[in-house]
Design a protein around this ligand. Structure first.
Ligand SMILES: NC(=O)c1ccc[n+]([C@@H]2O[C@H](COP(=O)([O-])OP(=O)(O)OC[C@H]3O[C@@H](n4cnc5c(N)ncnc54)[C@H](OP(=O)(O)O)[C@@H]3O)[C@@H](O)[C@H]2O)c1
Length: 272
């Protein structure tokens, strides 16, 4: 899989990761849980690394931790999770719990979920980064109504990552946030790359463009991810799934040529 440099460190990050919002919020007794080891295998087999979770996602952190602890060979995961609460002590307690649930003593990326009480959590994150408990610091959001605040924080604070909603039919981040991240040297993770699934439902009856095979694409999911990855400010996409077949399909978007501007414009015209 292709990689891109995290601007603040120059470390290479594979460009397709995994979101765990719904797919990994499952109890061990649920039938869906049986598919999850194969989802991680599909990610790692293709060279992917980034797994994104949050205390907001029910049992997802615990499920990820349990599966990685028994994964052979030792997993190459780049673990990203979030703090999603108010108050310094509450934030510390929640993040300590994430370390325990993920069964790790180092989290690669700790993000402030939806900017909730960010002024309070940022000093803790900076302190933990200095101490080596976390490697990178980020903020996240998922809606255009928050872009002004996201922009203000990006301008005011040195950050390693922004995680933001960006999809073929949800392109508001292109206006100011993506150029600002490029200018400030902030890595960009695209969340909700399929608009939670709605984008793929919209596209499913449309034929793929004639040039799809030339860019190594066999499905709308792959094309929707390549659209995002063809923006020069984007570092990684994290489509959410609990389905190994989808994970393998999505990871394949990290291979082969990216899209030209003309191809991107054609896709934009298609979704309106
Ligand atoms: N504020 C925040 O920080 C924030 C907000 C939203 C999301 N996120 C993160 O971003 C990740 C991605 O967002 P999301 O999960 O909400 O939405 P998404 O990735 O846009 O869409 C997920 C949906 O797409 C389906 N899907 C995945 N791959 C597919 C494929 N190849 N073909 C057909 N359908 C496919 C999944 O189906 P199945 O469920 O059947 O696999 C699921 O219903 C989340 O999991 C989470 O980690 C963060």
């Amino acid at each position: 899989m292709q990689t891109r440099a995290i601007p603040s460190s120059n470390e290479s990050l594979p460009i397709v990761g995994l979101g765990t919002y719904r797919g990994f919020d499952v109890e061990p007794a649920q039938p869906a849980c049986k598919n999850l080891p194969a989802v991680l295998d599909a990610l790692f087999d293709k060279g992917g690394k980034l797994i994104d979770s949050s205390p907001m996602y029910g049992r997802a952190e615990q499920t990820v931790g349990e599966l990685l602890s028994i994964h052979e060979p030792r997993s190459p995961a780049f673990l990203a999770t979030k703090v999603w609460t108010r108050g310094r002590e509450e934030g510390i307690a929640q993040m300590e719990q994430s370390f325990a649930l993920l069964q790790t003593d180092r989290i690669d990326l700790m993000q402030i979920h939806n900017l909730l009480d960010w002024q309070t959590h940022l000093p803790t994150l900076r302190h933990w980064k200095e101490a080596g408990r976390i490697r990178y610091i980020g903020i996240t959001h998922y809606t255009a109504s928050a872009y002004e605040e996201v922009e203000a924080v990006l301008k005011a604070e040195p950050l390693d990552f922004l995680q933001i909603n960006y999809a073929l039919d949800d392109r508001g981040a292109e206006n100011r946030l993506l150029p600002l991240c490029r200018e400030r040297g902030v890595a960009v993770i695209c969340n909700r790359p399929f608009g939670g699934g709605g984008l793929l439902a919209k596209l499913k009856d449309k034929p793929l463009p004639g040039w799809a095979a030339q860019v190594g694409v066999k499905s709308w999911a792959q094309l929707a991810l390549k659209f995002l990855l063809s923006h020069s400010a984007v570092t990684c996409v994290i489509p959410g799934t609990g389905n190994p077949r989808y994970m393998a399909e999505n990871a394949q978007a990290g291979f082969g040529p990216m899209l030209t501007d003309a191809q991107r414009q054609q896709l934009i015209a298609l979704v309106g």
